[in-house]
Write a protein that binds this ligand. Structure first.
Ligand code: FAD
Length: 386
C-alpha cells in the first residue's frame, strides 16, 4: 500500500505552504478570533488569484480533489480562517454537480474567485440531526417560489452573498421525499439575520425568511429531490473540507509551550513522561485522522461520494481532539483556562481556545451519535436505530 500522494500533490503542498508563509499574517489570525468570523475575503481572493481554489470544481484549471484536500488540510494545520471558504467550496462542488447552466456560468465563477461566499441553511430550531423533518416552506407561484420559515445556526450568514436553503415543497409525502434545495441571494427582500455568539468565540446566526420570493432558476436539483442534493453536500463537508485534523495546531502550540515551561526538578515539562505519552498519542491520532480523511478525498478524487468514509474521519478526528485538549487542560491546571492575551495563559491561550472549540466540532456537520449510527448501519450492517 502506497500512502504517498505523488510528486504533483507534494508540489502543490509546497505551493500552499509558500502562500501561507506570505499571506497568513498574525493580523489575519487575530481578526478571525476577535470577530468570531472564520472567513476572510481578502485572504480568499488571494488564494483564488494564486490558483489554489480551482480544485473545488473539475474543469476549472488543472486541479483535482486531492489538491483541494491538501489545501484545506494545510489551512487547518496552519490555523488559517477556512470555515467560510470550506462551505463556499463545497457549495461550488454542489452547484457544479446539480446546478443549471445559469448557475455554472454566473454563480460558480463568483464563488471560485473568493469574492462571493455561501452559507448553509439546513438546520432549524427544532430540526438538526433529523434534517429531513424541516418545516421551512417553499410554495410555487408561477415561475417563482415563496419561502417562509426560520433557520438556526446559519454560520457566516452575516457575510455571505448566497445561502443554500433546504425547504419543504411537499408536506404530503414521506419526509425525505418532499424537500427542495435553493441557492438564494442573501440580499433578497424578506431575509433577516440575527447574531448568535458561541462559547468558542465563533459567531453564528439565526436567519428568518418572511415571504421571500425567488425565481425557479434559483432551484438546485429537481423539485422534491433536495435530499439527494443534501447527500452530496454532506459527503464533501464531512470528508474533504478540513475539520478533520483540528488537533494539529493544538499539538504544535502545546509542544512549544511545554518546551519553554520549567519542570519542578529541572529541564522543561516537555520531557515529563506523561507529557511525552500524551503528545505522542496526539501525534498518532492526528496521523490516523489524516489517513481517514485522505481516504475520503481519494474516493472523491476517483468519482465517488465519500459519505461513510467522511463520517468515519469526522467522528474519529473530533472525538480525539476533544479528548486531547482535556488532557492538556488537565496538565496545564488553572493556566489552561486563561484565554488569548491574558498573562500566564498556557500555550498563549490556545489550550483554553481549543477547550472551548472542540465540543462544537463533534456537533456541527453531523453529531458524533449520528455519524456513529451511519458507520454502524452502513459499514457494520447493524439494524437502523430509528
Ligand atoms: C456553532 C454551530 C455552527 C453550526 N453551523 C451550521 C450551519 O452553518 N448551517 C446549518 O444548517 N447548521 C449548522 N449547525 C447545526 C448543526 O449541524 C446541528 O446543531 C447538529 O446537526 C445537531 O442538531 P441539533 O442541534 O438540532 O441537535 P439534535 O438533533 O436535537 O440532537 C441533540 C442530541 O441528540 C442526539 N441525537 C439526535 N438524533 C439521534 C439519533 N437518531 N440517534 C442517536 N442520537 C441522536 C444528537 O447526537 C445530540 O447529542 C451549527 C451548529 C453549531 C452549534
Amino acid at each position: 500500500m502506497d500512502f504517498s500522494l505523488g510528486d504533483r500533490a507534494e508540489f502543490f503542498r509546497d505551493e500552499v505552504r509558500n502562500f501561507l508563509a506570505e499571506h497568513l499574517t498574525t493580523e489575519v489570525v487575530e481578526r478571525m478570533h476577535s470577530t468570531g468570523t472564520f472567513d476572510d475575503k481578502d485572504f480568499n481572493v488571494a488564494l483564488a488569484e494564486a490558483g489554489l481554489l480551482a480544485g473545488a470544481v473539475p474543469g476549472y484549471g488543472d486541479r483535482d480533489p486531492i489538491e483541494l484536500y491538501i489545501l484545506f488540510n494545510e489551512l487547518e494545520k496552519a490555523g488559517a480562517p477556512y470555515d467560510g471558504l470550506a462551505v463556499t467550496m463545497l457549495v461550488a462542488g454542489v452547484v457544479n454537480a446539480v446546478g443549471t447552466d445559469l448557475h455554472r456560468d454566473t454563480v460558480l465563477p463568483q464563488l471560485l474567485s473568493g469574492r462571493s461566499s455561501c452559507c448553509l441553511g439546513y438546520s432549524e430550531p427544532d430540526y438538526g440531526s433529523d434534517l429531513a423533518a424541516i418545516t421551512t416552506r417553499a410554495v410555487r407561484d408561477g415561475d417563482e417560489w415563496i419561502i417562509d420559515g426560520q433557520k438556526m445556526w446559519t454560520t457566516m450568514a452575516h457575510e455571505a452573498e448566497w445561502v443554500i436553503l433546504l425547504t419543504r415543497t411537499n408536506p404530503d409525502v414521506p419526509k425525505h421525499k418532499g424537500l427542495t434545495m435553493f441557492l438564494v441571494p442573501m440580499d433578497t427582500p424578506g431575509i433577516e439575520v440575527q447574531p448568535v455568539p458561541t462559547m468558542a468565540s465563533e459567531r453564528t446566526n439565526a436567519t428568518f425568511y418572511d415571504g421571500v420570493r425567488v425565481d425557479d432558476g434559483c432551484r438546485l436539483g429537481e423539485v422534491d429531490d433536495g435530499w439527494a442534493v443534501m447527500g452530496i453536500a454532506l459527503a464533501f463537508e464531512r470528508g474533504v473540507m478540513g475539520g478533520t485534523n483540528p488537533a494539529v495546531p493544538l499539538l504544535r502550540h502545546v509542544r512549544s509551550w511545554a518546551a519553554k515551561t520549567p519542570a519542578p526538578d529541572g529541564g522543561t515539562i516537555l520531557n515529563d513522561p506523561l507529557m511525552l505519552e500524551r503528545t505522542a498519542r496526539t501525534a498518532i491520532a492526528n496521523q490516523v485522522s489524516q489517513l481517514l480523511t485522505l481516504r475520503a478525498a481519494w474516493i472523491a478524487a476517483t468519482g465517488g461520494l465519500p459519505g461513510l468514509e467522511g463520517s468515519m474521519a469526522k467522528l474519529y478526528a473530533t472525538e480525539r481532539y476533544q479528548q486531547t485538549v482535556r488532557w492538556f487542560q488537565q496538565m496545564a491546571g488553572a493556566e489552561g483556562l486563561l484565554s488569548f492575551g491574558t498573562d500566564g495563559a498556557a500555550a498563549d491561550g490556545w489550550i483554553d481556545y481549543d477547550g472551548r472549540h472542540s465540543p462544537v466540532t463533534t456537533i456541527y456537520g453531523g453529531t458524533t451519535e449520528i455519524n456513529r449510527n451511519n458507520v454502524a448501519e452502513r459499514h457494520l450492517g447493524l439494524p437502523r436505530s430509528r
